[in-house]
Design a binder for this molecule. Structure first.
Ligand SMILES: O=c1ccn([C@@H]2O[C@H](COP(=O)(O)OP(=O)(O)O[C@H]3O[C@H](CO)[C@@H](O)[C@H](O)[C@H]3O)[C@@H](O)[C@H]2O)c(=O)[nH]1
Ligand SMILES: [Mn+2]
Length: 543
């Protein structure tokens, strides 16, 4: 058992190696290995004693297939070698707000027709309501569709969050996604925060009325936006960045000056002549824009359909990030992806159990799980690489021409600049400059810094490169799912998603970053390299 200490000398988290499971796994691996050797011995003796060239001709492909499958099998054993389980104690984190580091939350959305704005707004509001000091939380929404629908809906979300956030905090609400809360899905209502039931019911009714207003505003935004969607080209437009401020002014929440996390809308520039690099491109723009606005040392990344189900996830992640024994090497804390949209039968295994139940705990016992796209708290510094030895011209070469951004890269502890105050015009201008297509030209964005562009599975590849550089990661699986999303529920969508993932992964295997070769040459352990090497099974996606 491993433990780490909080300032009060009690551990912030403990990790336990599942010894009985590891022993059974190792015994089974040994058994299988013996059979594989026996099979290969049999095949080789068959080849050496083959009577005719035609029988040799048929034996070689069989041997090749057996060798490939054996290598894939060998790689898989690394997942089973040392499974680890972790427990966190968020209550032991320092009580003073000042001791908690700020967090920037990134939510990515692309298409208001395929990704319903109502769902996206619920994700945004659930992130704003995380159990974390609101002044230390900033939510950035990347809209790759550049849609007016998303922008108008965000304004409604901000208005609703002003009453939702204090309501959740005051009454200790456990389910902070308003749609899930008001549709009666929450298992627990919270402990009432010590307030009387009557007071709670009165407040709940008020908030519910605001919720209905919020719902209508989003529906209206969708309706009004239908006409512009037809004429607007999401692949060819200038950047739009807006800090969403209070604009109603007619209710008690504004006058009570309730603190609410900062909310920023970012639609980067899109031009047909410039590659946009999908989600990785969007995340890198958010890294830059947030870099000059709040520059929080930690970033939570969420897909637009993944709402925060357990508000304590930020504090749980901080139990690892604030542990001085592991934090200097720790790049990210990954939570499992869990889904609310699946039926009990789940015939296409949308839950991806082998991944989140077997493989990630296995990797956690080695160097840490693979970055999984959504639901991870990553250290900004890990994405910037080593900047301490670079002078200003070198930094400009890597990070681009923005003096403001460069000054923040150099001072990673300068953050939260204008929370709640008027947004300076020149800051907004600089943010627009950072969101231009041309900004990344001849820089290291996507190659050495930020989220990587080499593969369509940007999450896997970014995590792989971090592990290659010696960073570690942690897998955190609390019993209450930290995030809940929707997963494909029909064969067609499942096939499209899986072939995209597998072809993206196989693309990496065939590149110069092929895990088995590149991983071995870097700072990665043998077992971790084998785990990444298991991606050879992407060859199944070949016709
Ligand atoms: O050009 C793009 C394309 C996608 N996205 C967003 O990226 C997220 C994931 O995209 P989606 O089409 O839903 O892909 P999935 O296959 O569901 O996503 C899984 O696989 C991706 C890697 O292939 C990871 O990035 C995701 O986090 C992971 O959930 C969504 O929020 C999108 O809005 C963008 O912002 N810009
Ligand atoms: Mn998705």
């Amino acid at each position: 058992m491993n433990s780490a200490s909080s300032p009060s000398s009690l551990p912030l988290h403990i990790s336990t190696v599942h010894t009985s499971r590891a022993t059974i796994n190792r015994f089974q691996s040994l058994l299988h290995l013996t059979s594989i050797f026996a099979l290969l011995y049999y095949r080789l003796s068959e080849i050496t004693t083959a009577a005719t060239p035609s029988s040799l001709f048929s034996l070689f492909p069989i041997l090749a297939a057996e060798l490939i499958l054996s290598t894939i099998w060998l790689c898989y054993q690394a997942f089973l070698w040392r499974p680890v389980f972790r427990t966190t104690f968020p209550d032991r984190l320092p009580r003073e707000e000042a001791a908690l580091p700020p967090i920037d939350v990134f939510v990515c959305t692309t298409d208001p027709e395929k990704e319903p704005p109502w769902e996206v707004m619920n994700t945004v509001v659930s992130a704003m309501a995380l159990d974390y000091p609101p002044g230390k939380l900033s939510v950035y929404v990347s809209d790759d569709g550049g849609s007016i629908v998303t922008l108008s809906s965000l304004k409604a979300a901000r208005r609703f969050a002003r009453c939702w956030v204090p309501f959740c905090q005051r009454f200790g609400i456990e389910c902070r996604c308003p749609r899930a809360y008001f549709s009666g899905r929450p298992e627990k209502e919270g402990d009432g925060g010590g307030k009387s039931l009557e007071c709670f019911e009165v407040e709940k009714m008020k908030v519910e009325a605001k919720y209905e207003e919020f719902k209508c505003s989003v529906a209206k935004a969708v309706e009004n936006g239908a006409a512009t969607i037809a004429t607007f080209n999401p692949r060819d437009h200038s950047p739009t960045i807006e800090v969403i401020q209070d604009d109603s002014g007619d209710d008690e929440y504004e006058t009570s000056r309730v603190k609410c996390p900062l909310l920023v809308y970012v639609a980067r520039e899109k031009r047909p002549s410039s590659p946009h690099h999908f989600k990785a491109g969007a995340l890198n723009v958010l890294l830059r824009v947030s870099g000059i606005m709040t520059n929080s040392p930690y970033v939570l990344v969420l897909d637009c359909d993944m709402y925060c189900n357990d508000p304590t996830s930020a504090k749980q992640a901080m139990c690892f990030h604030l542990d001085p024994e592991i934090s200097h090497k720790l790049a990210f804390v990954q939570f499992p992806q869990k889904f609310h949209s699946l039926s009990e039968n789940d015939i296409y295994d949308g839950q991806m159990r082998t991944l989140f139940v077997v493989r990630w705990p296995g990797m956690d016992g080695v160097q840490g799980p693979i970055l999984s796209g959504s639901g991870f708290y990553i250290k900004r510094e890990a994405l910037y690489g080593n900047v301490s030895k670079k002078d200003i011209p070198q930094l400009k070469q890597c990070f681009g021409d923005s003096n403001d951004f460069i000054s923040f890269v150099k001072q990673s502890n300068r953050h939260n600049l204008f929370h709640g105050a008027e947004v300076p015009i020149d800051l907004l201008e600089e943010a627009h400059f950072l969101a231009q297509c041309s900004y990344e030209r001849e820089t290291s964005w996507g190659k050495e810094i930020g989220f990587r562009y080499e593969s369509v599975v940007e999450d896997y590849f970014t995590g792989f490169m971090l592990h290659c550089k010696g960073w570690t990661s942690v897998y955190c699986t609390p019993s209450t799912p930290a995030f809940l999303g929707s997963s494909p529920t029909n064969l067609n969508d499942t096939l499209v998603q899986n072939s995209r993932w597998n072809s993206g992964l196989f693309e990496v295997v065939l590149s110069k970053f092929s895990p088995l070769i590149y991983g071995m040459s870097q700072k990665m352990s043998l077992l971790q390299t084998l785990c990444y090497g298991y991606r050879l099974h992407g060859s199944w996606s070949l016709p």
